[in-house]
Design a protein around this ligand. Sequence first.
Ligand code: NAP
Length: 505
Amino acid sequence: MNNLSNTGYKSNTAAEHTTKTIIIGTGFGGLAAAFRLKQQNDNDYIILERAGDVGGVWRDNQYPGCACDVQSNLYSFSFAQNPAWSREFSGRDEILQYLKRCARQFGLTSKIHFNTNVTRLEWREKDSEWLITTDRNEYRSRYIISGMGNLSDPKIPHIDGIENFKGKVFHSGNWPKDLQLDGKSVAVIGTGASAIQFIPEIQPLVANLHVYQRTAAWVMKRPDSAVNEVTRKRFASMPWLQRLARYKIYLKREWMACAFRNPVLMRVAQKHAMHHLNEAIKDPQLRKKLTPNYTLGCKRVLLSNDYYPAMAKPNVNLITSGPKRITERGIVGHDDIERQVDMIIFGTGFQAQELPYAHYIFGRSGSSLAEAWKDSPVSLAGTTVSGFPNLFLIHGPNTGTGHTSAVYMMEAQVEYSVRLIRYAERAGFGVLEAREEAQQRYVRWVDKLMLGTVWTSGGCQSWYLDKTGRNSILWPYYSFIFRNRILNIRSGEYEFRKPQRLTAA
Ligand code: NAP
């Protein structure tokens, strides 16, 4: 058990572990936060990680074919370029190794409490600190930086009879190790970003593959290629060259934001996507089933060179009528046909709108984040929430992107959090909280920017939209606008307070 009693921060109350800052999660967000604190010589923090290793979604998602659809030169830390990426778009194993290496190289690993699952976060107003309950210990800290993300908890829809199925059932986010697929009859439910990556991998192995598609997705070619040895050596010896490559990718992708905001421009991309579909799928009936009926970009644009060819194989059956119920031996579709299968794989996404963590974070008034977000998840700058002092949500509401690297957004949020804390402390305060009216103003601004974008006018239902129809997931504009907006700290948007009881020196 780690003894942290010698850290600089002193709690008013006795606790097994007290530290100035607690970071939760060791994905890109959590590690970026830890790196930034360490960089400014603030070592009074620990990191809580529910699993036994670092990596976040890149550790958890182990399905075959798992890869990133943003180029690695951009989908990586700005402060830790990796000249050794083997491909333009790296696979999951390489990204995970990269994250592990970063944690080691930056000396963050010794600060992580592994296998420590946070079950409750409670702001104690009288002590001006957070009480953190985990399945192992209690912790106290003045600040919390959450890197819990919104794609961490798999979502399996309830389908009647699922409990009776005698075969194997799992979600793509919990892919079993050593899964035997040879000669099996398999059903896949969902055709989103994950499914289109694992379907081409499992199709050659299985006897039959029944794919249940609710909505046809737009799939574009993936301009992937191996990075040759010469380029890697150049990146290693001339880091500025890799920074230039990163910048070029960044700028090119920023242009895409323009089309998301002006859906009429999506026609060009749709033409390319239709060409891709027509080239790979010759059967007109199958082509019709795979043709989307909404504007490209309304849901996440998928990139794959092998999804359509896999779907055209004779052992694949695309079912568009949806699963009605599950029996002991298989799935009955809305076409009333029972298809017998050995296993069912859910590629049905994550609990991004019903975030489990929102139910166990309790703020100043004692009510939960879920209650504060009962209409829609809102925040100031995607990071702080009125009523929840000293809490920073990396990858909070409206910080996802449809066009660029999530790591860029997370780094901006980490910088924002660190600057706010520094500002508060230099001015002699230890508590900061978003003002309700500032938060409302920010949300109104984001919602205005969202008007007319493809996500709200593209004619689709997506997991970006909450139950009120508001897009609470994505940032609606160029990513540098987000960065500039938040890093230009507006101290008036916050209420700064001295801790209720000053801590003993
Ligand atoms: P997803 O993109 O949300 O796809 C879920 C799929 O399941 C959709 O086809 C959806 O259909 C279907 N579905 C959901 N509920 C259903 C139900 N009750 N009955 C039938 N079908 C149902 O989920 P994901 O593939 O896990 O990806 C989630 C997110 O993770 C992505 O959007 C992306 O941000 C991220 N991701 C990224 C990468 C990457 O390359 N960087 C790779 C994988 C995932 P509808 O379309 O009709 O809702």
